[in-house]
Structure formats: C-alpha cells, structure tokens
Design a protein around this ligand. Structure first.
Ligand SMILES: Nc1nc2c(ncn2[C@@H]2O[C@H](COP(=O)(O)OP(=O)(O)OP(=O)(O)O)[C@@H](O)[C@H]2O)c(=O)[nH]1
Length: 434
C-alpha cells in the first residue's frame, strides 16, 4: 500500500532531504508531494488522498502554532507531524498537546527511524479507522434492533441502553446510565406476582448465560407492566475477565394475547362463547380422573331444544341465533362455576355437573333448567320460547369415558323427546338410541 505524504515547508533543502529519505526507505513505498504555502496545502488536502502531513510551522503565509491549528481544524482525521528546529521545540510540543502525532527534529531527517515512524502512524490511523467503522456499525445495529438491550458493568451499574430498551422500560439513557440494574429492570413473575431474582445479578454471580423464567412481567418506569422474554449474558474484557452483563429482552404481550385468543377460539363456540366439543371432552376427561380419586359421581345433561327449527323458520335465522345465545346465558345461570355448560352443536347443549354424590343432584338441576327455560326470552320486543328435552347419564354407571357418557345422555334425551318433550330422563341400558 502506497503511503501519500504531503510535505509543507518553505525550506527546499528540508523538503529534498525528506523526499530522498522516504523515496529509498524499506518502510514505504511513500509518495511525496511538496508545497511551500499553507493555503496551497489546504487546497491540496481538500482534493483528498493524503495519509500524513509533515509541516514546518514557519511557512511563508502562516507562522507558529497557528499553522498547525489551521491544518488540524480543517483535517482532524489526517495525522500531522511538525518539523522543528531546536529553537522551535516549544511550539512543536504545544502542537503535540493539541493533537499532532509528534515532531521531527531538523538535522535528523535522514534517520531510518523517520520513515518507520511515519509508516507506523499511518498504519495505526488505519486501524483506528477500521475500529471506528466497526464501532459505528455496532452502534447503528444496537440502535435499530427491535430487541431492548441494557449493559451493566461488573457491579450491575448500567452503562448502556439502546432505543428499544428506553421505550420498553420507560427510562431514558441519560437517567438510566449510572443506576443499579434492579432499579431500571424490575421484573416479577406473572403468576405469583413475586419479584424475580434479577437476571443480571445471576449472570454476574454464575458468569454464564441465564434465560429469564417464563411468564415474566417487566415493571416499567410508570408502573405499567409488560410481558417480556429475555436472556442475559456475561461480558468479558480483553483479558477474558468478567466485566459486566448484557441483557436482551423484548415485548411478548402481543404474541401472548394472540395465543390466548387463538386458544380461546379453538375451544369455544363462536356464537354463544360457550366451551365447544373439544374443551368439553377435555373437561369430562379431567372430571373423570378427579371423580375416580374422590369417589364422586359425574352427571352429563344432554339438552336439545324442542321445535327450534320452527323459530328459525318463522322468525328468521337471526332470531334463532339470538335465542341460542339467550339460552346459553340462562343455562349458565342454572349451574355452579365449576360445572361446564357447552354448546355441542346446532340446538344441542351438554352440561357437565361435577362433584355430585347422588343422581338426585342431577335431577334437581335438570328440573331447574327445564323450569328456567319455560320463561319467555325477549328479542326485539318479541317473546321467544325454548323448551328442551334433557337426557342424563351418570359416571361411572352409564359410561367410563366422555364418548360413552355423551352417547348415553343423547339416548336418554331422545327418549325424553319422543315421550313428549319438555322433560328429562335418566339413561337406562334398555333405552333405544336414535
Ligand atoms: N339460528 C340458528 N339455527 C341453527 C344453528 N345451528 C343449527 N341450527 C338449526 O337448528 C335446527 C335444529 O333442528 P332439530 O334439532 O333437528 O329440530 P327441532 O326443530 O329442534 O326439533 P326437535 O329437536 O325434534 O324438537 C335446524 O333448523 C338447524 O338449521 C345456529 O347456529 N343458528
């Protein structure tokens, strides 16, 4: 790689010696350009391509430290070395304090150390440029990344927050930096609502990557809560020693809400919002397990509305829908919260009664429902009616699983319906199914 050196001096002998020294140096190749005025030098520098400036502070159009200052102000990124005679050393030292890379003493230009140090300065500057580029790139990535990032030192004191972290925590970088991590990154468990052990504290203790426990809530600066997922990792210094921690986290509220919504949709009937067949089967299976352990009975009430088709046909499908919704509410009012009222399909509902000991308990509820449904339903200033036939099956006698219990209750409902509707019947093994 060719190193381009601009020599600014009005002393043509100095210029010549330097050019000669650089031309034959093993540390090159160097390409030199010589100018004797500051204004000419500045114009040349504006066209670019110069790697280092050698400048005599006494030029025909500028003298002393001002020469350096003007160059440095205009081109702070290009390394500058001054050329100084013994009596000018004070100005050369002053220039170093202000940002010059060093100075070459007149009389020693021919030393082989001169090209060597120029080359070293240029190489160091190139490394700096590369580091700056990488740092700038990392800075941009951290700023634009969607995940929130917070860094701490080894004592858990925050020293960096990206824009996403500012937004998620509600703390500005200025306010957060210098604070202890537990003040800015407060988390609790979403279920127990107990404070979590601070992830950064764990990382600093274990010196290893730590994932945040599931269902973590971040308490934001304004006290609001947000579901997050995260992990924290140790930061090691140049010597491999633990130097701090970085915590990366993101908001999962939307994803969680979508999951909850999807699960609800998959398990509930869209019209009545009652549990559907899938959830009912699940609840029956769970209830059977519990009943086995506790020695209790279960009852299933299979309910089919009588002549529902007539409501649809005479008043329209919308009125039929409204009636189904109202029936769902009234059925739910007839049972305890621990029981399950489900829509099995069309005008069929199945009610799972848990914790009962006697068949009479189921009979009482069935009668309660039958009577409750006798009261008219209001829809658009009209009275709607929804009598029902109900079949009852009991666990363990009428079935050992959801399928047989439902089938038995359905058979009993069918018998109730053919025997005149608006009544209920317990399943018997001699009953004929549809
Ligand atoms: N409005 C409305 N009607 C529905 C819905 N699902 C099913 N149905 C109707 O419900 C009626 C069910 O009819 P059935 O149970 O066979 O007959 P029914 O008129 O109730 O007579 P019985 O059961 O013999 O007393 C049918 O007309 C279906 O079209 C729904 O979501 N909304």
């Amino acid at each position: 790689m060719v190193h381009r050196i601009l020599i600014l001096t009005s002393n043509s002998d100095d210029a010549k010696i330097l050019q000669e020294a650089l031309l034959h140096s093993r540390d090159g190749p160097f390409l030199t350009e010589c100018l004797d005025r500051l204004d000419a030098g500045l114009s040349r520098l504006h066209t670019g391509g110069i790697d280092l400036i050698l400048v005599d502070l006494s030029l025909s159009d500028s003298q002393g430290i001002a020469t350096f200052n003007d160059l440095f102000a205009a081109f702070p990124k290009i390394p500058i070395m001054t050329l100084s005679a013994e009596e000018e050393e004070a100005a050369a030292i002053e220039a170093v304090k202000l940002g010059a890379q060093g100075y070459l003493s007149k009389g020693y230009f021919v030393s082989s150390l001169v090209p060597q140090s120029l080359r070293n300065i240029i190489l160091r500057k190139n490394v700096e440029k590369q580091l700056y580029k990488e740092q700038a790139r990392a800075e941009i990535v951290l700023k634009s990344i969607g995940d929130a990032i917070v860094c701490t030192d080894i004592n858990g004191e925050i020293d960096y927050l990206n824009a996403a972290a500012e937004e998620l925590t509600g703390w500005s970088k200025t306010d957060a930096c210098g604070q202890q991590i537990e003040k800015i990154f407060k988390t609790i468990n979403g279920v127990s609502r107990q404070a979590d052990v601070n992830t950064v504290e764990l990382v600093l203790k274990k010196n290893e990557i730590v994932d945040l426990p599931a269902n973590t809530l971040l308490i934001r600066k304004d006290g609001s809560e947000v579901h997050i997922e995260d992990s924290a990792s140790p930061i090691h210094d140049y010597d491999g020693q633990l130097a701090g921690a970085v915590i990366v986290f993101h908001d999962v509220s939307i994803a969680q809400a979508v999951t909850v919504k999807m699960t609800h949709l998959a398990q509930h009937d869209a019209l009545t919002n009652l549990p559907n067949r899938t959830l009912l089967n699940d609840r029956i299976a769970q209830a059977i397990n519990l009943a086995k352990r506790n020695g209790t009975r279960l009852a299933l009430l299979f309910l089919d509305l009588d002549n529902f088709k007539h409501t649809n046909d005479s008043l329209g499908h919308a009125s039929g829908d409204a009636l189904l919704k109202s029936v769902a509410l009234r059925l739910s009012d007839c049972v305890r919260g621990s029981d399950t009222v489900s829509r099995y399909g069309g005008d069929e509902f199945i009610i799972l009664l848990v914790g009962g000991k006697y068949a009479e308990d189921a009979a009482l509820i069935a009668e309660k429902i039958r009577v409750a449904l006798l009261r008219p339903f209001q829809h658009e200033e009209r009275d709607l009616y929804a009598k029902a036939s109900i079949g009852i099956s009991l666990y363990p006698n009428d079935g050992q699983n959801a399928e047989t219990l439902i089938s038995s209750a359905d058979t009993a409902m069918y018998c109730a319906k053919i025997e005149g509707s608006n009544n209920f019947k317990f399943f018997r093994s001699d009953m004929k199914s549809k």
